[in-house]
Write a protein that binds this ligand. Structure first.
Ligand SMILES: C[S@@+](CC[C@H](N)C(=O)[O-])C[C@H]1O[C@@H](n2cnc3c(N)ncnc32)[C@H](O)[C@@H]1O
Length: 233
């Protein structure tokens, strides 16, 4: 790791290592399994998701990248287990902001988050070449390297912490490495409000020649977080 990378790397304490399952990704991005089988896919940032682990077992071609992957797998697993317990404790006070038809209750949610974490770290041990450490807004991949790039629960969600320039730079980088399209989910921040600069961003992307479509999806856990942005080249 270069000096720049190590100094800008988030320390493990500041990383929350929690991720979604393969099934949640398929629903939140409206992904058709049969079409995906012939595509190369990048999940960025992938965190503790099982999309790559389960997808690759099914014969997909998925690469995961995240700043967290600079850390040891066993440290990430311990941190992930702590983060899940912490998140479940906090969830007791904010249950009403979520829709529970899929997970049913906090115990159901815990099971899904644990399953994603275990699948992810087990796969990291067996197929480490599929888990690439990166620091957005830059990526170590070639232009058009992946057919489809997916980005969940990062851009737009943290509009209070990540400024417009970071959003623009990150999106340009995701688009650079995508041959066909980039999909982003969700389009709201942590309070369930539509990302304030989304229209400006879509306008800027359209001016640069990209086609942007907002699609309602069949996945909604956080209230109002039920649509994704599809940007086609
Ligand atoms: C809320 S998680 C989302 C993970 C996954 N996409 C999901 O939907 O469950 C956000 C992820 O962004 C990663 N992250 C934060 N800043 C980053 C950066 N500058 N470059 C790459 N990854 C970053 C964190 O490590 C974390 O895993």
């Amino acid at each position: 790791m270069s000096q720049v990378e190590s100094s800008s790397k988030l320390d493990l304490e500041r990383i929350v290592f929690i991720g979604r399952t393969f099934e949640e990704y398929m629903a939140m991005f409206s992904l058709p399994e049969d079409e995906l089988k012939s595509k190369t896919i990048l999940d960025c940032p992938a965190g503790a998701c099982s999309f790559s682990a389960v997808g690759n077992r099914k014969g997909f071609d998925i690469t995961a990248c995240d700043i967290a992957y600079y850390h040891d797998i066993s440290d990430l697993k311990s941190k992930g287990l702590l983060d899940i317990e912490h998140a479940m404790g906090k969830m007791r006070f904010s249950q009403k902001n979520y829709r529970w038809n899929y997970f049913r209750d906090i115990e159901g949610l815990r099971k899904h988050r644990l399953s994603a974490l275990h699948n992810c770290v087990d796969d990291m041990m067996n197929r480490c070449e599929r888990y690439i450490p990166v620091i957005l807004p830059s990526l170590p991949f070639d232009d058009d390297q992946f057919d489809v790039v997916l980005s969940a629960h990062f851009l737009f969600m943290y509009g209070d912490r990540l400024d417009y320039q970071f959003h623009q730079d990150t999106l340009n980088e995701l688009l650079r490495v995508a041959k066909e399209e980039v999909r982003i989910f969700p389009l709201v921040d942590l309070s369930g409000q539509r990302y304030a600069d989304l229209d400006k961003l879509i306008h800027d992307l359209s001016k640069s020649g990209y086609t942007c479509e907002e699609e309602t999806v069949r996945y909604e856990f956080q209230l109002n977080a039920n649509s994704m942005l599809k940007i086609s080249k």
